[in-house]
Design a protein around this ligand. Structure first.
Ligand SMILES: [Zn+2]
Length: 383
C-alpha cells in the first residue's frame, strides 16, 4: 500500500485531544486514512509527497443536518420575509409540490450540485434528509437517490402534514409509521421528526421515532426552534444522539441535555436567513452540553451550504470562540452522527481535510464570506 505525505502545513488543527493544534506539520495518508501526524521534521518517509505551501489545514467539516433532496427554490418567499412576512412551517408545502413534480434525474442533479457546492467549502461528510416528497414513493425515491452520495440518510416523512392529509393528521402518522417507513427504512440510517407547533406534537413524534427504531433507524429530532416545547426533553428521554435547533430552552431542557449527553445541533444560518433570535450557544457550552453546528441547507428557511459561514455566525452571533465553533463544525457534527472516523485528524481517522488559503483556522470566523477553502481532500484524495 503506497503512502502520501502532506507536507508544508503551516497550522494543523487536528481536533484530536492529544495532538491539538500543530505548527509546521505533516500528515501521512495510507489507504485513505491518517497513518501519521506530527511535526514536519519528524515525518517518516513516504512514497509520494504533496506540499501545501504553509497553508492552514482543518478536518473536513461534518454537516450533520441538511435538506438537499428537493426541487425548485423559494427566493420570492425569502424576499417577502425580508420585507416583513414571518416564517412559518407551511412554506415547506411549496417545495413539496415542486419536488413531487420533478424527475429522478432532476432531483439527483440538484443534489449533486449542492453536494459539490458543499465540497468546495470544505464539507466532507453530509447528512441528507428526505421530507419534501411525503408520499410513500416520493420519500423512498428521495432516500434512494441520497444514498448514492452519503451513508448519512435520514427519513423525514414527518416534516409537515401534506395538504391531502390536512383533515386527518392521525391518518398521515399511520402512513409514516406504516407503509412509508417500510419503503424508506432500507435506504435510511436515521429517522427524524419536525416536532414543533404547526408540525408534529410530542406523542406523534414519540410514536414515529419508536416505529423507526423498531425498523433499525436511529432517531434525531427538530425541536424548540420556533418556541418552547417538549422536543428537547423527548430527545433526551429517548437517548437520541442529537436534537437540532434548540433556540428556546428551559433550564430543565439544558439539564436534560447535560445529563444524557445528547448533542444540541445549532443551525445559525436559519436565524440569519429568517432574521430570528439565535440560540444561546454560550449558555449550552458553559453548562457542559455537547454542541454541533450544521448548515440546515434547505430551500426555505436557510439556503446556504456554507459551513464557514455557519462558523462565522456562531462566533459573531452566538458567543462561541473560534476554537469552539471549529470543534462544533467537525467533532461536534461527527458526534451528532455517532461517527468516530471523521471530524478529526488523529491517527486512524479518514483523511478528510480542508486546506485554507489562510495562516490559521481563525480566519474562518475572522474573514466571513471569503472563499478560504483552497482544497478539499476526502479519504486522502484531493477532490
Ligand atoms: Zn432541518
Amino acid at each position: 500500500m503506497s503512502t502520501l505525505a502532506l507536507t508544508g502545513i503551516g497550522e494543523l488543527s487536528t481536533q484530536d485531544p492529544e495532538l491539538g493544534v500543530l505548527h509546521d506539520a505533516a500528515l501521512v495518508v495510507e489507504a485513505g486514512r491518517v497513518a501519521w501526524v506530527g511535526p514536519s521534521r519528524q515525518a517518516p518517509a513516504a512514497d509520494a509527497a504533496y506540499d501545501l505551501g504553509g497553508r492552514a489545514v482543518v478536518p473536513g467539516f461534518v454537516d450533520s443536518h441538511s435538506h438537499l433532496m428537493f426541487a425548485g427554490d423559494r427566493a420570492e418567499e425569502f424576499a417577502a420575509r425580508m420585507t416583513g412576512t414571518p416564517y412559518s412551517a407551511g412554506g415547506i408545502r411549496t417545495t413539496v409540490a415542486a419536488t413531487r413534480a420533478a424527475s429522478d434525474e432532476q432531483l439527483a442533479a440538484n443534489l449533486a450540485r449542492l453536494v459539490d457546492e458543499m465540497r468546495r467549502q470544505g464539507t466532507t461528510t453530509v447528512e441528507v434528509k428526505s421530507g419534501y416528497g411525503l408520499t410513500v414513493a416520493d420519500e423512498a425515491r428521495a432516500l434512494a437517490i441520497a444514498r448514492q452520495v452519503t451513508d448519512e440518510t435520514t427519513f423525514l416523512g414527518a416534516h409537515v402534514v401534506p395538504p391531502e392529509h390536512a383533515d386527518d393528521p392521525a391518518a398521515y402518522v399511520d402512513l409514516v409509521t406504516g407503509p412509508m417507513l417500510e419503503a424508506c427504512a432500507p435506504h435510511a440510517r436515521w429517522v427524524d421528526v419536525f416536532c414543533e407547533r404547526g408540525a408534529f406534537d410530542e406523542d406523534q413524534a414519540r410514536t414515529i421515532l419508536q416505529a423507526g427504531a423498531a425498523k433499525g433507524l436511529r432517531g434525531r429530532l427538530h425541536a424548540n426552534q420556533l418556541g418552547p416545547g417538549p422536543g428537547v426533553r423527548l430527545a433526551c428521554e429517548l437517548g437520541l444522539m442529537a436534537v437540532d435547533h434548540c433556540t428556546y430552552l428551559s433550564d430543565e431542557d439544558v439539564s436534560a441535555l447535560v445529563e444524557t449527553g445528547t448533542t444540541a445541533t445549532l443551525l445559525p444560518g436559519v436565524e440569519f436567513s429568517t432574521r430570528s433570535p439565535y440560540p444561546d450557544a454560550r449558555r449550552l457550552l458553559d453548562a457542559g452540553v455537547h454542541v454541533a453546528i450544521a448548515s440546515d441547507c434547505n430551500p426555505g428557511s436557510c439556503y446556504t451550504s456554507s459551513m464557514p459561514l455557519c462558523i462565522a455566525l456562531a462566533v459573531r452571533e452566538m458567543g462561541m470562540s473560534p476554537a469552539e465553533a471549529l470543534a462544533a463544525a467537525t467533532t461536534g457534527g461527527a458526534r451528532a452522527l455517532d461517527r468516530s472516523d471523521v471530524g478529526h485528524l488523529g491517527v486512524g481517522a479518514r483523511a478528510d481535510l480542508a486546506v485554507l488559503d489562510a495562516p490559521s483556522y481563525l480566519h474562518l470566523a475572522y474573514r466571513p464570506g471569503v472563499p478560504l477553502v483552497a482544497q478539499t481532500w476526502v479519504a486522502g484524495r484531493r477532490t
